[in-house]
Design a protein around this ligand. Structure first.
Ligand SMILES: C[S@@+](CC[C@H](N)C(=O)[O-])C[C@H]1O[C@@H](n2cnc3c(N)ncnc32)[C@H](O)[C@@H]1O
Length: 225
């Protein structure tokens, strides 16, 4: 499995309320736990200073991000969470849980390129299972735009490789929806390895960390020096 291969994901083309989309988002929540993403994000967030403003790009229903943020910082103390997605479907429950803990919640229905084009400053920008949607050219533009908005950027993405494909082959065992089965396979094919994201990140004045995140994922973090 050499070069990245991009194939449109079915979930992206479904109306957020379609039963197939709901089923696939439910699978995504389970997958985030099985792949260790929840634990990894909570651990990483806990190691960061409490953000005054933090964004998730491609947040979808924002449920996993909200849970991790609440686990890491149970008191938002007026901090703002931006949940950015071109088709957001954040439930009243997710929004309510964040607000009760003192977070301001901004659900931003926007294409990420438009959202990042507006001049703003957030302490951290996060992406979970999102960057692999884009070609390298688009990603270079996206990452450059993100670097103008924040001093800390972190992403957890599918890792392109045979171990991840073996994981995809096991998905029917957890009764995953056909949309999930399709999207999981194409996500691995579009995933990352080596230092592919560091190579796309603007070079000057940043420290990048990029590595495998066991078992099936790929971690990237960039910090302004
Ligand atoms: C695989 S889902 C991941 C959702 C969430 N981060 C999670 O881990 O559960 C990818 C999300 O990216 C969103 N998306 C795809 N392209 C986008 C774009 N250009 N701008 C904003 N959102 C986008 C889709 O609507 C979808 O909700």
């Amino acid at each position: 499995m050499n070069a990245r291969r991009l194939t449109p994901e079915l979930l992206d083309a479904l109306p957020p309320d379609a039963p197939e989309a709901r089923a696939s988002r439910r699978d995504l929540r389970a997958l985030n736990a099985v792949m260790g993403h929840r634990r990894a994000w909570t651990r990483w967030l806990r190691s960061e200073p409490r953000p005054r403003a933090i964004a998730e790009l491609g947040a979808g229903d924002g449920a996993a991000f909200a849970e991790q943020l609440l686990a890491a910082f149970p008191q938002g103390e007026g901090g703002t969470v931006f949940l950015v997605d071109r088709a957001p479907c954040v439930s009243a429950e997710t929004r309510g849980a964040l607000m009760r803990a003192g977070w301001r919640v901004e659900v931003e229905a926007a294409d990420v390129f438009e959202w990042l084009a507006v001049s703003r400053e957030v302490d951290a920008v996060c992406a979970n299972l999102f960057l692999h949607h884009f070609t390298d050219d688009a990603l270079a533009r996206l990452l450059a735009a993100a670097a103008r908005c924040t001093a800390t950027f972190a992403a957890l993405e599918p890792r392109r490789g045979w171990a991840s494909l073996a994981g995809v082959a096991a998905l029917p065992l957890m009764d995953a929806h056909p949309v999930t089965l399709h999207d999981a396979r194409v996500s691995v094919e579009a995933g990352f390895r080596g230092s592919e994201l560091s190579a796309l990140w603007p070079r000057e004045g940043w420290r990048c960390e990029e590595r495998r995140a066991f078992p099936f994922s790929h971690w990237f973090c960039a910090r302004r020096r």
